[in-house]
Design a protein around this ligand. Sequence first.
Ligand code: IMP
Ligand code: MG
Length: 191
Amino acid sequence: MHDDIAEVLISTEMLQARVAELGACITEHYRDAAEQTTDGKHEGVTLITILSGSIVFLSDLIRHLPIRMNLGLITVSSYPGPAITSQGTRVEDVSLPDVRNRRVLIVDDILDTGGTLRAVQKLLGEAGAADVRTVVLLRKQSKAPADVPVEYVGFDVDDHFVVGYGLDYDGHYRNLPFIGTLKPSVLGEAK
Ligand code: IMP
Ligand code: MG
């Protein structure tokens, strides 16, 4: 599997250090939810994860968030099968706690065209969420649209197709512990 990688763009060590920094920034914003009270005064935060690419990032990030939280899951597909360009956003499954008047943090792997986050931000707004913020591990800055607000960004990357740390190509490579690019021979005739 590692033989298919052309270049490691972000090492395991860089990922771990940056995720810890993001955790500290996010905890600072939600500091009133930092104490794990159960007296009802601190409602905490709902983290909404966009499956499947964000699972590795989420699982590392939440261990740097000592705040009261619950989780919701949304499955969105935009790169079906061996596609390496967005084929349009489709919300496939929604498993959400009640987010009305809740503070919500959307956790996503990568901001590319913004179609995914635009759809999820709209859906959460319509569900009555308050203070919707977004964290992405990666942002393809050349494409990121101005109308999709993202408060926290791990790394800006060039417009390459990347895999690893949750990100896949045709369902594979999510388990690589770094972010890298694939050899052109692996991408073949992908679009
Ligand atoms: P957007 O809707 O175009 O912003 O695309 C966002 C989604 O497409 C991400 O959450 C990823 O799941 C997927 N995606 C975008 N770029 C890449 C990439 O370079 N590698 C793997 N998946 C990607
Ligand atoms: Mg995704």
